[in-house]
Design a protein around this ligand. Structure first.
Ligand SMILES: CC(C)(COP(=O)(O)OP(=O)(O)OC[C@H]1O[C@@H](n2cnc3c(N)ncnc32)[C@H](O)[C@@H]1OP(=O)(O)O)[C@@H](O)C(=O)NCCC(=O)NCCS
Length: 287
């Protein structure tokens, strides 16, 4: 365990990226950086990890963490030019040797530096037989262009006492990964909900992401309540809250292509990046 953290901090590329991602955002301070570095060390210490530094072969550097459920998540993938295929093969072999049965092209919830692979890497994953699990979009929106819009049911900020109930609902309706992000967002007052009576109908969160401050998401409306404007209204309220906290822009990672229009309706979209999320089955021999 101690060795894991020592090796990780001795190879500081990823921690540097984490700190830089935060320094680039407003609202950064030394105490926040120190708290985040501690949290990163604790997370890395609680997980197994594989690191491939094939400097001698000139392939580049890759890092993955292996969750207890066997999912290996690639936190960093930095191939030398033309070496993406061989670096990926080394990473897959190393993860398999550590008992992992599947390798994902993005990091775990809250800790990914990127939500999927860029176009120049996609071929290497596809050539090794990786399966596309998501084609999505990362958006950057102008936070100043968002204003809360009145309507019924109203949008409420969730206080600390109510967060656990909302997180459990998000886990049941959407996913446990999103529930984890909601718990983290709730710790900084970044969760909003709409209710019909006492029933939760929609939620939105910001600032649950550890690696990039000023991040919006996740966002969800219960199936039965979709198409009534709740999603747009609650997203606008949460992004406007980021603006009030001093963020000029909000990152919105992992947007389904069919939902991009919703963000275009509530905010001015400044940038759009197309991403692909792959998963490689390590139980089968790598091609
Ligand atoms: C995306 C989501 C939050 C929208 O919630 P909503 O309360 O229906 O949102 P609104 O009524 O304000 O707007 C609906 C918009 O979503 C689009 N949409 C996509 N899928 C939809 C669905 N299954 N039902 C209704 N609308 C849907 C509509 O076309 C509409 O687009 P428009 O903004 O261009 O008019 C909701 O469909 C949901 O929870 N989806 C699953 C989780 C998800 O994908 N979250 C977004 C992650 S970025």
């Amino acid at each position: 365990m101690g060795d894991t953290v020592a090796a990780m901090t001795a190879h500081p590329r990823w921690l540097h990226a984490l700190i830089e991602a935060n320094q680039a955002r407003e609202g950064y301070d030394d105490a926040a950086a120190a708290a985040l570095a501690d949290e990163a060390a604790a997370m890395l210490g609680s997980l197994d990890f594989v690191i491939v530094d094939d400097g001698a072969r000139g392939d580049g550097v890759a890092l993955a963490v292996i969750e207890p459920n066997g999912r290996a998540c690639c936190l960093e993938f930095a191939p030398a030019p033309g070496r993406a295929g061989s670096l990926l093969r080394s990473l897959a072999d190393a993860a398999r040797a550590r008992g992992s049965d599947r390798l994902w092209s993005a990091g775990p919830p809250r800790w990914y530096l990127r939500s999927g692979v860029d176009a120049d890497e996609a071929d290497a994953w596809a050539a090794l037989g990786a399966r596309v699990t998501s084609r999505h979009v990362d958006l950057l929106v102008d936070a100043s262009s968002c204003r809360p819009v009145a309507g019924e049911p109203s949008v409420e900020r969730v206080d600390a006492a109510a967060i656990e109930g909302v997180a459990r609902w998000v886990g049941q309706e959407f996913s446990n990964d999103w529930a984890t992000e909601v718990r983290a967002a709730g710790a900084v007052g970044g969760v909003f909900v709409c209710r019909y009576g006492s029933d939760l109908a929609a939620f939105a969160a910001h600032s649950g992401h550890a690696v990039a401050r000023g991040t919006f998401g996740p966002l969800g409306t219960a199936r039965a309540a979709r198409g009534r404007g709740l999603g747009g209204r609650i997203a606008a309220a949460a992004i406007a809250d980021l603006w009030e906290r001093g963020f000029e822009t909000a990152l919105v990672p992992w947007v389904e292509p069919s939902i991009v229009s919703l963000y275009g309706r509530v905010a001015r979209v400044l940038d759009r990046r197309d991403r692909v999320l792959f998963t490689l089955n390590l139980a089968a021999p790598t091609k």
